[in-house]
Design a protein around this ligand. Structure first.
Ligand code: SAM
Length: 483
């Protein structure tokens, strides 16, 4: 088997630009092609869109040429994404020359900001729909059929799509995403999410359990609870998180927070491995750590973005914790869950970042020795407080040099963490064939490390298998299944 000594797990790009395919209802006369970019939430949103359109007479296709409707689900988190989107829209319009009746739509986080430009000026799309307006798609598509253009980019106070069962199109049949919150209230100065996805609201626990129950009945073995800041989850009967304080005492008393949701989920679904993402250090607390330690079916992995190792930069970013507080959370996590994996997001070259700030980030990395991470050079996002109030004054070549140093350090630490597994036996949930060899299975252990092992047993995707680890790279473990 050919092995990739995988540079570093900088960012998992495998879903970027992927199209959703093959959900068929015989009676459906039309076809929709959906291409998705960005975070896991966006991928999950595309599945919600597919579900809404399935009821509207559309099957999904991965053959763009046969599509009646082409949808591009966009991400606005970094600058590069916008260029990709424009290029894709131009490409779709070329295809449209041969199929003039095909409609093109833009979904997701870029919808609000570029709607006028792409709809009226550049005439690249027929339809623009923001992340809270997908329920309105049937009416908007009707408008298109009447020969008009259609737009809805309104953000909502309540929408969680809780009652819509996503069509699992990004899934391997083993592991699925389940959204538990939408929007974000954090207002980090670099981040566009509060503007594109609106204020934070949580989803009814019952609808979350129903979705997981349904997944379980369909044979799924793992769910990832998703949100921009899952630890801030708070269900008090519906509505915005910020309005919780105005609720009567009785309502407050019965509210469900993230630790409680996690506890209930783990208890209700003992055969399902539970993951969650993303945790924000300011809200991640001891109750969550203790809940993780209590339940063997909660995966031992915490994604805890820090963004910078410098208190001064954290303040400028409007992150609401210090490095000392972050380190004490890391210490508590390791105390209660010694074999946990911890991963990070880090931004290199934020406004006014000095060499000393950058060194502080490298020092923090040495302290934590993260298992893996997602690392980015800072790019100013329009509309954010960073864009309005802070200079983008770190030259691009310095940003990229610092990013390189951060990635190199992460690679060292990833290798170190993976080496700790060699000689040990880990439990692996098989997800499918290894991409490089049909003679090998690919799965993940509880720490979210990818494990490749030879197919020498009667196993199938969805099985939990004990694997003795014999070798590793910084991104992959290799081993043999043991009976
Ligand atoms: N809600 C999470 C948090 O704030 O910790 C993650 C939000 S975002 C979808 C994922 C990551 O993208 C962030 O953690 C950050 O590292 C990166 N990011 C967001 N805005 C950025 C920007 N303007 N420039 C570079 N990276 C950015």
């Amino acid at each position: 088997m050919k092995r990739n000594d995988n540079k570093t797990k900088k960012i998992d790009e495998k879903l970027q630009g992927s199209s959703l395919k093959f959900i068929q209802k015989q009676e459906n006369p039309k076809k929709v092609y959906i291409e998705s970019y960005g975070c896991q939430m966006n991928m999950n949103d595309s599945e919600i869109v597919a579900s809404i359109l399935l009821k509207q007479g559309y099957n999904t296709t991965d053959d763009i040429e046969e599509a009646d409707l082409i949808l591009l689900n966009t991400c606005a988190i970094r600058e590069k994404a916008e260029k990709t989107v424009r290029n894709r829209l131009k490409h779709f319009n070329k295809l449209k020359q041969n199929h003039p009746e095909t409609k093109i739509g833009l979904l997701g986080c870029m919808a609000e900001r570029i709607k006028e430009k792409i709809l009226e000026e550049e005439k690249l799309v027929d339809l623009v729909v923001g992340p809270d307006a997908y329920r309105n798609l049937p009416e908007l598509i009707e408008e298109l059929e009447d020969g008009r253009k259609a737009v809805n980019v309104l953000l909502s106070k309540e929408e969680t799509y809780g009652d819509i069962e996503p069509v699992r199109l990004h899934s391997n049949g083993v592991s699925a995403f389940v959204s538990i919150t939408r929007g974000c209230d954090n207002m980090c100065t670099f981040c566009v999410v509060p503007f594109t996805r609106g204020r934070e609201r949580s989803r009814d626990p019952e609808s979350i359990f129903n979705e997981i129950r349904d997944l379980k009945n369909k044979g799924y073995k793992e769910v990832t609870l998703l949100g921009q800041n899952v630890d801030s989850y708070l269900w008090y009967g519906g509505g915005l998180k910020k309005d919780f304080v105005k609720q009567p005492e009785e309502v407050k008393k019965n509210a469900v927070d993230f630790a409680r949701l996690l506890d209930m989920t783990a208890e209700k679904f003992p055969g399902i491995r539970i993951r969650f993402s993303t945790s924000n250090p300011q809200d991640f607390n001891l109750d969550v750590i203790k809940t993780m330690a209590k339940h063997p079916n909660i995966a031992k992995h915490i994604h805890l973005p820090v963004q910078s190792g410098s208190d001064r930069i954290l303040q400028l970013m409007n992150r609401k914790h210090s490095i000392a507080e972050y380190k004490s959370k890391i210490d508590a996590i390791r105390k209660y869950i010694p074999d946990v994996a911890i991963s990070q997001d880090i931004i290199a070259g934020f406004s006014t970042e000095t060499e000393a700030d950058h060194q502080a980030t490298l020092e923090l990395m040495d302290y934590v020795k993260y298992d893996f991470g997602f690392m980015f050079a800072y790019s100013v996002r329009p509309g954010t407080a960073g864009a309005k109030n802070l200079p983008d004054d770190v030259p691009q070549e310095i940003k990229l040099r610092r990013l390189r140093e951060i990635i190199d350090k992460q690679q060292e630490h990833s290798l170190y963490r993976m080496q700790q597994f060699t000689g040990k036996t880990v439990e692996v949930l098989i997800e499918g064939n290894s991409k490089k060899s049909a003679q090998h299975w690919m799965g993940r252990n509880a720490q979210n490390a990818v494990v490749i092992f030879e197919k020498n047993g009667n196993y199938k995707p969805g099985d939990l298998v004990k694997v003795k680890i014999t070798d590793c790279t910084s991104a992959t473990l290799f081993g043999n299944a043991i009976k």
